[in-house]
Design a binder for this molecule. Structure first.
Ligand SMILES: [Mn+2]
Length: 386
């Protein structure tokens, strides 16, 4: 019978999503608690009696009691499972810090916090072979050396499976935030005789090697396209169900845990058909109501195109998605002469329209964007004037 566990990381409980409108931010923040229940369900479905959370359980170290209590209560509620938690770079274990505060609250019977880098025997489920967890907690946001280096020489009972748990950037795989911190050797599992190395830090799932994986975050939380996914989809939203039959025999299966599906799209738009295709593509997705989309369109539209964009995207698509985060800075409006002529207004308003068109066409003008927006408004008003 194999040793089984669910590998997850980067729960980022307490993340505030300050970049989103308050209503959306509250929904996204609440989902980081609800995903704990889905992780429990995924563990049970995989026949795993435990979950390994490879760091960044919490988004920060200054969270409210209410946030911490809610998180622990959700974990405690899954009383048939054991949660193994590791401090990461967002929630490092500092003297007098978050983890001591949690300890003073009292750990639930089924939650283990791994605050020291030393081997810990796993409670074996009936029929499971003996296994030892080698946790590499972070004590700072950035540590100078490889936090898994000690695992090579760590002694464990003869025959016990060695399972590493760590948080950091595997050298050579690039770093999440542009700089490599807390570097982990890509061949650590081989060097340290690990049957599996459960990693956190990257928020998308990455297979480093047959026994070394990042699970990614179980609920997406950022606009960063997953290069292994198709198109605009961002990473995260899965956990890894792991079954280890012996050294060198880890079976890893990804299971979906995410609710919201994040996308980042930066399309070039010129014609109405492209606007329609963009809207239709997302509307056709069965999970449209749970999509969080940052849309950064580029290109130039006529006034008619800009009107189409308003109808299909700003109003139509936005109403159907969970959240449409629009950045229109790169989308120009270039009115056609015929369109300007069709702004069938008279007198001072007509003169204003002509002046706005001149400003809108001047790339050096700091008011160009304002002029374009004003022209769009005038264009839309032309219908009312008829
Ligand atoms: Mn993280």
């Amino acid at each position: 019978m194999p040793v089984r566990f669910l590998h997850s990381s980067d729960l980022q409980i307490g993340r505030s999503f300050a970049f989103a409108p308050a209503e959306t931010a509250a929904v996204l923040a609440a989902e980081r608690f609800d995903v704990l229940d889905r992780l429990s369900q995924a563990a049970r479905a995989a026949g795993a009696p435990r979950l390994l959370i490879a760091g960044d359980v919490f988004d920060g170290t200054q969270l409210s009691d209410h946030t911490l209590d809610r998180a622990l209560a959700r974990m405690a509620a899954a009383a048939d499972l054991v949660w193994h938690l590791l401090p990461g770079n967002h929630d490092p274990h500092r003297p007098g810090g978050l983890w001591e505060r949690l300890g003073r609250k009292g750990w639930p019977a089924n939650v283990r916090a791994h605050l020291i880098a030393e081997p810990v025997p796993l409670d074996a489920a009936p029929g499971e072979p003996p296994a030892v967890l080698l946790p590499a907690p972070l004590g700072h946001r950035r540590v100078p050396g490889d936090p898994t280096g000690w695992m090579d020489a760590a002694g464990t009972p003869e025959g016990a499976l060695r399972i590493g748990l760590a948080h950091g950037a595997v050298a050579g795989f690039g770093a999440e935030e542009g700089t490599e911190v807390n570097p982990i050797a890509p061949d650590r599992a081989a060097h340290a005789g690990l049957a599996y190395l459960a990693l956190g830090d990257w928020h998308r799932m990455i297979r480093v090697g047959p026994a070394t994986w990042y699970s990614g975050t179980p609920e997406p939380d950022r606009f960063r396209i997953d290069p292994e996914a198709d198109g605009t989809r961002c990473g995260g939203g899965v956990a890894l169900a792991v079954a280890i039959d012996g050294p060198g025999a880890a079976r890893v299966e990804r299971v979906r845990t995410g609710r919201f599906v994040w996308h980042l799209a930066e399309p070039m738009l010129a014609e109405a058909a492209e606007i329609d295709a963009l809207a239709d593509r997302f509307l056709a997705m069965p999970e449209a109501g749970d999509i969080v989309l940052r849309l950064v369109p580029r290109g130039a539209l006529t006034l008619a195109g800009r009107e189409r964009f308003r109808d299909r995207i700003e109003e139509g698509l936005a109403a159907r998605l969970r959240w449409l985060d629009l950045d229109l800075a790169g989308l120009e409006v270039r009115p056609e002469d015929a369109e300007l002529a069709a702004i069938d207004l008279e007198g001072a308003v007509r003169i204003a329209a002509d002046r706005l068109a001149a400003i809108a066409r001047d790339p050096a003008s700091p008011q160009a964007e304002t002029a374009r927006r004003a022209l769009v408004e005038l264009w839309l008003m032309r219908e009312l004037a008829r």
